[in-house]
Design a protein around this ligand. Structure first.
Ligand code: KG4
Ligand code: ZN
Length: 321
């Protein structure tokens, strides 16, 4: 994150080079935690999509090389499925059917899980992913990267801000967040234009200690109100559609997954409005991690799924394939 922050987001080439640099030390560290080291492994798994091809290639080829050299079975995992399976880690296994809301930097989707590996895609975003919207709005507000946690912090303790629009896309479980992002941009531009027209207060002896006038920057109170209204709008749409799907399909529980599942307001509101128990992974397992990939692979492997060396990366892999 500290490296990506310098560029205000993830640059694919930088990300894949960093994967090459970090992969071996990370694998060595993970193996040190095993009593018998390499001999403790039963299978090797890696994400093969969706995602950035350079990063995917690095991980997939490393996993294949290890599996080949150790004579172990190899399992390719869908990254979105892995996010969902973070809910199986360190908690009793949930009962099917389940409704899962996957909200990350690259994806936003609602799925019905009938059983392990049996998914129906109910809806997805038609434009920006939720995390992407958080990141873009944070940039507009000058809050930095990653945007999700920054917006959550800026919105904390704010109340009663004027609401921003919600895209309901009636009779559909699809989502759209680009209009909301544009609405934020217009509010900020309006504010900046108004500030530019205001006469600047004269700094002088009669106003000792007066703060320097804001000319280009946005004042923290305005930023907090926009961050709050944006978060409320996103959470309302996500929760309403997820709760509706859970009722319609008789879900035994709702699973929240992906980097945006770290959002406390989303967790709180979904739990408050859901007709069934809501489960979400601990914060450390919400954003991208390898444990969730292993969890998804465990159930695949148990169902005798294995892949050959020809398995390639698929940057636009969909859920259920
Ligand atoms: O799943 P993830 O780690 O990576 C992808 O596969 O995309 O998700 C990263 C996304 C980022 O867009 C980040 O801003 C968002 O998750 N995120 C949050 C929060 N923490 C991370 N969004 C809202 N609230 C948060 N607390
Ligand atoms: Zn992810």
């Amino acid at each position: 994150m500290t490296m990506h922050q310098r560029y205000g987001g993830i640059v694919p080439e930088v990300a894949s080079r960093q994967h090459i640099l970090t992969l071996v030390p990370v694998i060595e560290e993970a193996l040190r935690a095993l009593p018998r080291g390499w001999d403790d492994l039963d299978a090797v798994a890696a994400t093969h999509g969706p995602g950035l091809s350079g990063a995917l290639l690095t991980g997939l080829n490393a996993a294949k090389a290890i599996a080949w050299q150790r004579g172990l079975p190899f399992v390719g995992v869908n990254h979105l499925e892995a996010h969902i399976y973070a809910n199986w880690l360190g908690a009793p296994a949930p009962e099917f059917p389940l409704v899962a809301l996957v909200v990350s930097g690259g994806h936003t989707l609602l799925a019905l899980l009938r059983d392990h590996g049996a998914y129906d895609l109910l809806g997805q975003t038609r434009d920006d992913a939720v995390g992407e919207a958080f990141d873009k709005v944070a940039r507009i507000l000058g809050l930095g990267f990653p945007g999700g946690p920054a917006i959550q912090r800026a919105a904390a303790g704010v109340g009663g801000a004027a609401p921003l629009p919600r895209a309901w896309l009636r009779d559909s479980y699809d989502f759209s967040f680009s209009g909301l992002k544009t609405a934020v941009l217009h509010k900020v531009q309006e504010r900046q234009e108004r500030a530019a027209r205001m006469p600047r207060p004269a700094a002088g002896k009669d106003r000792p200690g007066a703060p320097a006038p804001q000319t280009s920057g946005l004042d923290p109170q305005f930023v907090g109100q926009i961050a709050y209204a944006f978060q409320e709008s996103v959470v309302d749409v996500l929760v309403t559609k997820t709760v509706d799907a859970a009722r319609r399909y008789g879900a035994a529980a709702i699973l929240l997954a992906g980097g945006v599942a770290a959002n406390l307001r989303l967790r709180e509101e979904l739990t408050r409005r859901a007709p069934v128990p809501v489960r979400y992974p601990p914060l450390s397992l919400c954003t991208d991690n390898a444990a969730m990939v292993a969890a998804a692979a465990f159930y695949r492997f148990a169902a005798a799924v294995q892949h050959g060396w020809a398995l390639d990366v698929n940057p636009s892999l969909r859920l259920g394939t």
